[in-house]
Design a protein around this ligand. Sequence first.
Ligand code: GLP
Length: 253
Amino acid sequence: MTRTDLSNVQVAKDYTGLCGLVADRIANLVQTKPNAVLGLATGSTPLGVYSALVRRHREEGLDFSRVTCFNLDEYYPMSPKSLHSYRQFMAMNLFDYINCPNWFVPDGLRRSASEIEQDCLEYEARIADAGGIDLQLLGIGRTGHVGFNEPGSAPDSRTRLVTLAEVTRQDAAPSFGGIDNVPRQAVSMGIGTIMDAREIVMMATGAGKAAIVRAAWTEDPTDHIPATWVRRHPNVHLRLDESAASLLLEADA
Ligand code: GLP
């Protein structure tokens, strides 16, 4: 059996250490390229990264005024004003506290299929016009999804309307006050969109992610585990805390 390539994996002792590593990389990019284009993720995983960036903006003057940010996804249907929307999530956890005027989240407002398709093309065009994504931050869902690219997503998929897996909806149920309130669809950048980024940082924390992290980094690339495609990116970095890394390190032992 071939040994797993762990050269692009770094393991921090705990969640704080993990977020410090990732925030340092983002801060370094923004300092060396003030007009950097960032691809950002939601979920609980990157929260500590966002608070570290807010702190660095406040205390060290880390400047986001020329940075452009694109988020991966948004629930559908979803009002941008809803507290459940990823737009509000990003405002409340990052953009209300830093000086970044240019940030975009896919539109979750209910509209016709052709309008959604047109808006997805425009989202892709806007990313291209900004110069493409320099660094894409990713979490990983228990299904192996990245963004909302659930199992079955093709490696060349682009921004589009997708259907959420039941596991994903169950994971989201507590924050929606029950699974019946969780939308069944989302608008998500595709795997192809993500793979176009010049650098990808995928992060995972906690024992609950250990199995999918191991699968993502050891299984042959497959549509069944979308994160396996990400591992093929020439400049991808996996950043974990010890509990998320435990089964991957065991597989390599
Ligand atoms: C959601 C997001 C993903 C995120 C995943 C994991 O499904 N669309 O981008 O990676 O949740 O969430 P968490 O970080 O809360 O485990």
